[in-house]
Design a protein around this ligand. Structure first.
Ligand code: WQD
Length: 339
């Protein structure tokens, strides 16, 4: 089976490619390397002992996307390419709507043209908006919420686009996978998260403090209605997340239709709990300071994962210890990422 992974050189995409190759599938990668490295694909080949085909194409390059479908007999698409920085999306909403929505339509139009009707979409828990406490843990049949930023709205709208495509032509099979907070790295330490500039997300920031690149961690808010006052999230090991995609391909071929599914662990951890877990993993005390809340953040959310267990026969295997262990292993072995 030949799978096109858009964004396949990125943090999550590269981990998906490893699992696809190790499951015996053929992998085609489309990536513009805007937020990714060609070196990640070399490492993917090293880990899996298999090769893949890479096209350095932007999803906005319709002719480039068409050329891939003309040259490769694609069976299924995993669409992970897109812009994903919450703060940047607030500053530049047009870039986010054009890239994330336009990019998806370029891919689905070429799929349509070539009779490819199997897609897995990298969605996000952000589509739930700011849920009420009695809505936690989050279930897929809860109504989608009001997003707090353009990035979240693009995920919300991309889900709607794929839902409407399936409704118009039920031969389309689509799995919309709502990622919670992916962290960690492949156990080899060869691939991992390589955020450019100042990391926006908690884990890469913590690991840069641990490696001595940054003086201390800023804890955004200590007055949330949570056990220790810091915000709670459902962190999931990126390898668990990637394995969920292999299961989703099985679902597309064996069941088919439209699937909306959380990929999380069902367990929430606070910022302070994450910091202390990382301290154990790296064997150092990590300095942090409480600062004001970050705009757009919410107190707590974590997933109800029963649907993934039922529909995909998938549950996350790794806990917070392994997530922090593997994150540190990657950072220690690659202090400057893929540079
Ligand atoms: C986690 C918690 C912060 C940094 C976002 C997107 C989501 C996905 C993952 C793309 C929050 C706190 C963070 C720091 C901190 N993005 N924090 N100090 O905001 O839950 O999710 O990134 O796929 O769609 O919404 O993740 O890692 O930024 O923050 O205290 O330096 O850590 O306030 O409570 P978030 P995050």
């Amino acid at each position: 089976m030949k799978i096109l992974v858009t964004g396949g050189a990125g943090y999550i995409g590269s981990h998906i490619c490893v699992e696809l190759l190790q499951a015996g599938m053929e992998v085609i990668v489309l990536d513009n390397l805007y937020n990714a490295s060609r070196k990640a694909l070399e490492r993917v080949k090293q880990i899996s002992g298999r090769t893949l085909t890479f096209y350095q194409i932007d999803i906005m390059d319709k002719a480039g996307v068409r050329n891939i479908f003309d040259r490769e007999s694609i069976d299924c698409v995993i669409h992970a390419a897109g812009l994903k920085a919450v703060g940047e999306s607030v500053e530049n909403p047009m870039k986010y709507y054009r890239t994330n929505l336009g990019g998806l339509l370029n891919v689905t139009e070429e799929m349509q043209r070539h009779g490819v009707k199997n897609i897995i979409f990298s969605s996000s828990a952000t589509v739930y908006g700011d849920p009420e406490p009695d809505q936690i843990p989050l279930k897929e049949d809860f109504p989608k919420g009001t997003c707090s930023n353009p990035y979240g709205w693009t995920k919300w709208m991309q889900e709607q686009i794929l839902t409407d495509i399936h409704m118009a032509d039920p031969e389309w099979n689509a799995a919309l996978l709502r990622y919670f907070n992916p962290i960690g790295a492949h156990e080899s330490g060869l691939i991992g998260e390589d955020q450019r500039g100042i990391p926006a997300n908690l884990l890469p920031y913590i690991s840069q403090v641990a490696i001595g690149k940054r003086p201390y961690i800023q804890v955004f808010g200590s007055d949330y209605p949570t056990p220790d006052g810091t915000a709670v999230r459902d962190y999931i090991h990126v390898t668990d997340l990637a394995r969920g995609h292999v299961k989703a391909i099985d679902w597309l071929y064996n069941k088919g239709g439209l699937l909306i599914c959380n990929l999380g662990t069902g367990r929430g951890y606070s910022v302070l709990e994450i910091i202390h877990a990382f301290e154990k993993a790296c064997g150092k005390e990590l300095p942090y300071k409480f600062t004001s809340r970050r705009g757009g953040d919410i107190a707590a959310y974590y997933a109800d994962c029963s649907k993934a267990a039922r529909e995909l026969s998938w549950t996350a295997e790794y806990g917070i210890e392994e997530m922090c262990r593997d994150s540190w292993n990657w950072q220690r072995k690659n202090p400057d990422g893929y540079q």
